[in-house]
Design a protein around this ligand. Structure first.
Ligand SMILES: Cc1ncc(COP(=O)(O)O)c(C=O)c1O
Length: 373
């Protein structure tokens, strides 16, 4: 874990390509894969779970610079998120958006069932209630844009609001990526990335990163990682570093395509509603335009008909992959299952993650499947 900042004279694009390298004469350009758990005593490291590996540190330096803090890499996004929840004392109060990643909702509700904490779900746009909750809650959990409805909360207002002493305000920044939004600059204590998604970008790894500025909070999170053992894999961090080098290019391309596709979907006879923060018709377009540098690469939309029609659209695509997850080079589509706690989701809701394929090809594929279903 190294404190890192994007160099003032460097752009984010250059940081992505140059950060995390050793730079010593004779050393390889890319941090080598070091598959080691144990080291000869007397050096910088003794045991990888506690002392880290060179590849983890490269990833932490790159993401820390993007987010504007110090980063800790974990085995997955959920491992990092679980480490944050693990900091709570029994009886804590947690506020959670009513639309958020289903894994986080499940973790929170399971913990409540076991009497570990109490949850107060709040509407993403109910800013007045969030401000009130900040004064009482021990963990304020925000996710913006939300998964899967892509609602943008007033993060700038909520992150800057006074909160109970010792409370942690955390933003799941996976959908925005640190290129579009930097929660720590807004006043958040922690920013979370599922590296599995945009940072890795190739659907070939699981990893997560949490970033913070407060040294005591970082030390507590590191202790949770050391003792809980949710450490990142050596191969996974190698792949994540390789993947993140092209993040700016991938994001730019996918965002441009997402805007075009969202407009086409809005006009499609077999689509009843297209949700994309970049569309002026989106209910939180104004907040998105104020807070985000880009509107992201995810679109969710309702198909005309029922769940069977929605499933048929997913199985009818040929170029787009019918698969879960998001943020990779390939476009993926899936119907969001209505699991407990997610009853607000329409059964006809599809989530499309726009990849870097030719946008006309993506549209032709989606259009033929929508018309055939
Ligand atoms: C917004 C968001 N946060 C966190 C996660 C969890 O990340 P991981 O699958 O790497 O554990 C996901 C996974 O889909 C996600 O979409």
């Amino acid at each position: 874990m190294k404190a890192s900042k994007v160099h003032a004279s460097n752009s984010v694009e250059s940081w992505l390509v140059s950060a995390g390298r050793d730079g010593q004469p004779g050393s390889p350009l890319n941090v080598p894969l070091v598959p080691a758990s144990n080291f000869v005593r007397g050096g910088q490291r003794a045991y990888t779970r506690n002392d880290g590996a060179p590849g983890w540190e490269a990833l932490e330096e790159i993401v820390g610079g993007l987010e504007g803090g110090s980063s800790l890499a974990f085995a997955s996004g959920m491992a990092g998120i679980a480490a944050i929840f693990d900091l709570l004392s029994v009886g804590s109060v947690v506020v959670l958006p009513d639309d958020c990643y289903q894994g986080v909702a499940a973790l929170a509700f399971d913990g409540q069932k076991r009497g570990r904490w109490k949850i107060h779900p709040l509407g993403v746009t109910d800013t007045a209630s969030w401000l009130k909750a900040c004064e009482q809650a021990d963990l304020i959990w925000l996710e913006s844009p939300s998964n899967p409805l892509l609602t943008v909360g007033d993060l700038d207002i909520i992150c800057a609001a006074p909160r109970k002493p010792g409370a942690i305000l955390c933003v799941d920044n996976t959908f925005a990526t640190p290129l579009n939004q930097r929660p720590l600059d807004l006043g958040a204590d922690v920013s979370v990335q599922s590296v599995t998604k945009f940072i890795g970008g190739h659907s070939d790894l699981l990893s997560g990163v949490v970033t913070a500025r407060n040294p005591a909070l970082l030390a507590a999170l590191k202790r949770s990682r050391d003792l809980g053992g949710a450490t990142p894999g050596t191969l996974e961090t190698f792949l994540a570093v390789r993947g993140v080098r092209t993040l700016a290019l991938r994001l730019q391309r996918s965002q441009e395509s997402a805007m075009i596709l969202a407009e086409h979907l809005s006009d499609h006879p077999n689509v009843t509603l297209a949700r994309y923060p970049g569309l002026p018709s989106h209910p939180t377009h104004e907040a998105a335009s104020r807070q985000l540098k880009g509107y992201g690469t995810i679109i969710s939309f309702d198909v005309r008909g029922d769940a069977q029609v929605a499933d048929a659209v997913c199985t009818g695509v040929r170029l787009i992959q019918h698969a879960t997850s998001l943020g990779a080079v390939e476009s993926t589509i899936e119907r969001r299952a209505c699991i407990p706690g997610q009853e607000h989701l329409p059964p006809t809701l599809l989530r499309l993650s726009v990849g870097i394929e030719n946008v006309q090809d993506i549209w032709a594929d989606l259009d033929q499947s929508l018309r055939a279903s």
